[in-house]
Ligand binder design. Structure first.
Ligand code: C5P
Length: 254
């Protein structure tokens, strides 16, 4: 629930690969700041890509607002600036949920399916969120055995991920983009009135999705960086222009 006073950013809590998380002056709310950092292969390849933070922050906020309106609870509360999201504090469930519509990347490698092969139905996969272990693929039973999530939570994650997939396929389709696959993270809300409620967390951006232009298969996602297919900044600015119908405003330098 949004609060009447806008929260203020306080101490840095955590620095991630493309985001920083800060405390706020309001209990139960955190401040997430998007950066221009780009990493691939679990941090082995690194760069700074001008404008990436603003494109990702804007796209993720737009999608989260639309999902919330469609009945999928998310952590997003407010967008106080072009790089900033105020969010409900959550305890992240260490199970990353990947949904795939078309074979690519890890699935193609693992099963020997040619990239671009349309799957007979959307596939949901769980990965253990661990940089140390390189986010290994896990089963439902492993997640339960390790106590990473409860059975009802895994059922919810799968159901919500498929619902998000339905929404996102239409969303990206409006911009002539095919949604190949994407990753979601969920968390348990910590605020007293919300305790235990599962919220869609983290982000939905071209960093964690594969988006191929219909017909040409031009990549509009982080594979451009991972595979050296072109300029990631140009790609993300072009994606912004497609989604918002206008060019990304010039940076203010702030
Ligand atoms: O690498 P893989 O093919 O398994 O990735 C599937 C999807 O999940 C891709 O869209 C990728 O960007 C995303 N992903 C991610 N973070 C990870 C692993 C995958 O965002 N740690």
């Amino acid at each position: 629930m949004a609060t009447s006073d806008s929260p203020t950013r306080k101490a840095l809590r955590y620095t991630g690969k493309a985001k920083e998380v800060y405390d706020t002056d309001q209990p139960g709310l955190v401040w997430i700041h998007f950066t221009d950092g780009a990493t691939a292969f679990n941090g082995v390849k690194k760069a700074t890509i001008a404008d990436k933070g603003r494109v990702n922050a804007a796209i993720s906020a737009h999608i989260f607002e639309r999902l919330e309106a469609a009945g999928v609870p998310t952590h997003l509360v407010a967008t106080p600036g072009p790089l900033d999201h105020v969010c409900h504090e959550v305890e992240i469930i260490p199970v990353e949920v990947v949904v795939r519509n078309v074979a690519a990347g890890g699935l193609s490698k693992r099963l020997g399916i040619e990239e671009g092969t349309v799957l007979p139905r959307p596939l949901v996969e769980f990965f253990y969120k661990s940089d140390e272990l390189n986010d290994p693929l896990i089963t439902h039973d492993i997640a339960l055995m390790m106590g990473w999530a409860e059975a009802w939570e895994l059922a919810y994650l799968e159901h919500a991920a498929l619902e998000v997939n339905d929404f996102l396929r239409d969303f990206w389709g409006e911009f002539e983009l095919d949604l190949i696959d994407f990753k979601l993270e969920f968390g348990r809300a910590t605020a007293p009135g919300q305790r235990g409620r599962i919220l869609l967390a983290d982000e939905i951006t071209p960093d964690g999705s594969r988006l191929w232009e219909r017909g040409t298969r031009r990549r509009f996602d982080k594979d451009v960086f991972r595979r050296d297919l072109g300029d990631l900044g140009d790609t993300y600015r072009a994606l912004f222009a497609r989604v918002f119908g206008q060019d990304l405003p010039a940076a203010t330098g702030a």
